[in-house]
Design a protein around this ligand. Structure first.
Ligand code: CO8
Length: 372
């Protein structure tokens, strides 16, 4: 069976940045406005006033300092509080396809390939901008790729689940060159009017190219093993969906955007992920001391510090477990791949590492790789 390997990777970073300070000014203006508009209900005790946000809280609670977004003005307009992304005609490339294409072209350039070499495109993301046709098929066409393409969604774990699917197809021989693309427009489904979560997410797109190792034209990361697991939980949930109209729920509702019980997620997902990585390493006969690097899902700095310490049995050395969330925030499925893409170029032949993502579902996926 062919040995699958990552031969290229790339990141599309949106042009606009929102710092914590900018975000907090907009949120607090919105909150003051809302409190003034609802002064009577607040005085009568039938509504809770909205409390202010603060940059200090955001950094301390999450480690996030800024986020990239596809539209800044709409998010920072206290009268709007969500991005302005004009609808495109059906004939024009969709915004997710455009972002994904940029990341895919970077991955192909790194591998010395063109779109014509690709015979599988997976668009793996937390949300897709339409029901059909698949965004992956649109990207396949924009790239001039052959073969087949499909969309998949396992929330924050979409990238690692996509890598497992693509690797298995390379092993089985049903694909020869597979792109796993994660365009995440988290700004579109984040509730920017809720101080508990308004700071969490950002936008980005990532891509990895997976080919049989023997076909690689340059340095590569062999995908030694993949492992995915899921366990149902309502603690991260978004109720928006195609049945919304039939439920007579077309009004502006909180549960039609991202919702989470952050504390519970923190407590429940930490042991799940630490145990998952430990069991995966053990099954492959790898010890923690074999790991040169951990590229973890980028949701929360304290969470990553904890997982790194639990997996390695000690505090990770600087650079051993790189975080990118201070710059990008949580970018859902793309986070661990951004970390991998930006912090793997210095690894030497034989160096081993683990890419791990986790999130809604719950879901957790790990990919053991070795530089060649
Ligand atoms: N400013 C000031 N104070 C605040 C703010 C704020 N912005 N927000 C909350 N507070 C207050 C709270 O009201 C609370 O006050 P009180 O004690 O009086 O009730 C206090 O600060 C503490 O609040 P929390 O307990 O909520 O704070 P935490 O320390 O737990 O931090 C976090 C909150 C950062 C959310 C933390 O719990 C966390 O990171 N948890 C893990 C989350 C996680 O990993 N989630 C994964 C989700 S990602 C995923 O699966 C993808 C989903 C699909 C993508 C969706 C894209 C939009």
């Amino acid at each position: 069976m062919p040995q699958p390997a990552i031969t290229g990777h790339g990141v599309f970073t949106p042009p606009e940045v929102i710092t914590n300070d900018e975000l907090v000014v907009a949120f607090n203006a919105y909150a003051e406005r809302w409190n003034a508009e609802h002064a009577a209900e607040i005085a009568a005790g039938t509504a809770e006033p909205k409390g202010p946000s603060s940059s200090e809280f955001i950094v301390n609670a999450s480690g996030i300092e800024q986020r990239f977004v596809m539209d800044k003005d709409g998010v920072l307009d206290p009268a709007r509080m969500y991005p302005r992304l004009p609808a495109r005609p059906d004939e024009a490339p969709g915004i997710m396809a455009e972002m994904g294409l940029d990341a895919a072209q970077k991955a192909l350039a790194m591998a010395g390939r063109t779109g014509a070499d690709v015979d599988l495109v997976i668009c793996a993301a937390s949300n897709h901008e339409r029901a059909y046709p698949a965004i992956a098929i649109e990207i396949q066409q924009l790239l001039g790729a052959g073969g087949f393409a499909f969309d998949m969604n396992v929330a924050c774990s979409s990238a690692t689940f996509g890598i497992q699917a693509a690797s298995d197809m390379i092993r089985a021989g049903s694909a020869k060159a597979a792109l796993v693309i994660c365009p995440e427009i988290c700004s579109g489904h984040l509730e920017w009017r809720d101080r508990d979560c308004h700071f969490i997410f950002g936008d980005v797109a990532t891509a990895v190219l997976i080919e049989p190792a023997e076909a690689a034209q340059g340095p590569r990361f062999d995908i030694v093993s993949t492992r995915c697991a899921t366990q149902f939980s309502n603690n991260i949930r978004n109720n928006n969906g195609f049945l919304r109209r039939t439920h007579d729920q077309m009004e502006d509702r909180r549960d039609m955007q991202f919702m989470q019980n952050g504390r519970k997620v923190f407590k429940e997902v930490l042991p799940l992920v630490s145990a998952h990585i430990a069991a995966h390493l053990q099954a492959e006969g790898w010890g923690a001391e074999d790991l040169k690097r951990l590229w973890l899902h980028q949701a929360n700095k304290t969470m990553n510090d904890f997982i790194g310490k639990k997996v390695l049995g000690r505090t990770p050395d600087p650079g051993e477990q790189p975080n990118i969330l201070q710059d990008y925030a949580n970018t859902s499925s793309a986070g661990s791949i951004i970390a991998f893409s930006l912090h793997s170029g210095d690894m030497a032949a034989g160096d081993k590492g683990v890419i791990c993502s986790f999130g809604a579902g719950y879901s957790v996926g790990s990919v053991l790789v070795e530089r060649q």
